[in-house]
Structure formats: C-alpha cells, structure tokens
Design a protein around this ligand. Sequence first.
Ligand SMILES: Nc1ncnc2c1ncn2[C@@H]1O[C@H](COP(=O)(O)OP(=O)(O)OP(=O)(O)O)[C@@H](O)[C@H]1O
Length: 251
Amino acid sequence: MTAPVVEGLAIEKTLGEGAGRVAALRGVSLTLTGGALTLLMGPSGSGKTTLLSILGGMLTPTRGTVRLRGETTTGAGPEALAALRRRHVGFVFQSYHLFPTLTALENVQLVLDVRGERSPEVRERAAAALATVGLTHKRAAFPRELSGGEQQRVAIARAVVGRPAVILADEPTASLDGDNGQAIMTVLAEIARDPERAVLVVTHDPRTLPFADRVVRIEDGRIVAEEPGPRRAASGPPTVPIDSEVRPHAS
Ligand SMILES: Nc1ncnc2c1ncn2[C@@H]1O[C@H](COP(=O)(O)OP(=O)(O)OP(=O)(O)O)[C@@H](O)[C@H]1O
C-alpha cells in the first residue's frame, strides 16, 4: 500500500460571522495516496473548495488534523504553513493565474526562484516541466498569446515543477471546451501515475470521470460516498459507497 501523501482527519470548518456563519465542513476524513487521481464531486456550496484549501494548507480547519507527507499543519503559523505548501503542494485553478508579463517558461521558473533555488539547472527543470505538458514550442510565448487550454497547461507545469507530493486542482477544466478539458485531464492523470504523487481534482464536470482512479462525493459538508473511478475500476473490483468517512483506498 502506498504511503498517504495528504491526510485530512475529522475536519470541521466554520466560515463567516454571526447570522452568516456556515458549517462548511462537518467532520470530513480524506486520505490521498500516491499514484492516484481522485475526483471530488458535489453540488455547489457542498464544501469542495473549502476542503481543497484546507488539505493544501491555504486555510486552517476549525477542528481536525491535516498531515502533509506526515507533517501535521496543526499549530503552524502562516510562514510555516507557507513553507509546507511550497514544499509539498502544487495548485491549479480554474482561471490559470499566470503572470501576464512573464513568458510561459518564466511563469514556470518563478516557482523555483521563489523557493530560492539558484542552481543552473533551474531553467532546464522549468523547460522539462513545460515539455511534460507538450508546450516546448511555446516557451517564449506570453499568456495573452496562448489559448485557454495552453495557459492551463502552463499552470500545470508550474504546479509540478517543484516536485510537490500533491497536486490540488480546483475546477481545472471549467473554462475550457471539451477537447482542451480532455487534454488537461490527460496530463493530470499522467502525473498521477507517479506512485509518489497524489492528484485531487475538484470538479462539476462529468467529462472528467473517465480519468478518475477514485471518486469521492461530498454533500452539505460531509462525504457521502466513495467509489473507484473508471480507471481503477477497470483493474479491480468495485467497492460499496460508504456513509460518512472515507477510508484510504487500498492499492
Ligand atoms: N468566506 C466565507 N464566508 C462565509 N461562508 C462561506 C465563505 N466561503 C464559503 N462559504 C460557504 O461555505 C460553504 C462551502 O463553500 P465552498 O466554496 O467550499 O463550496 P463548493 O462546493 O466549492 O461550491 P462551488 O461548487 O459553488 O464552488 C458554502 O455554503 C459557502 O457559501
């Protein structure tokens, strides 16, 4: 069995103040192991983005524990949390978040620059990450010269270049047409073949289902079901949906 990459244990999160207080997560446990692409699906407002943010150390839980590569985030201050994120997590967002004045290569390389990596190989590593998403020929292009799908591939290259243990993608195909969405999911599924790396994709998009090793469904701040995705189901028996807690997937 692959070691857990990210563990969220009994996570609760309350957001907002006064009459606007919302119990966004009500006791969620989710473990991501390397070598698997997990889809997190659920209705609008069910807590998907909140859970992704907590697992990635962008938001702290009201109760519960998060462990990134075995290191607990409980009690970590903002700087320690940022350091954990930089070391272990790559984020991909619906709206790419590229720097408009930097080329594709510079956008990717920036991650390593920010981490203080100064070796001569930094540029080569950025170029290699761009190559894995099929964009070597666009390395000198600025974001405005790239299609939406190409911009999202740069964002994925940027997410993987630091060799994080987990890639967290929030609606990565939502701004893309079918073909570009498929291309993005193909890249993410390929990344998830690495047994050292977990990929979590928050999505509404049913076209992402064929790429899943595992599908987790969340409703009203609780996980209500887990099932193997088509990729994993093709090579193993189905499991029965469970009530409230998601156990690590045996692999
Ligand atoms: N800053 C906030 N203050 C108060 N409530 C919030 C805040 N952010 C989110 N919420 C609420 O928390 C709940 C979960 O929100 P979240 O964004 O995690 O849902 P989601 O499943 O990602 O939704 P969507 O699919 O629409 O993006 C919702 O009821 C939302 O209105």
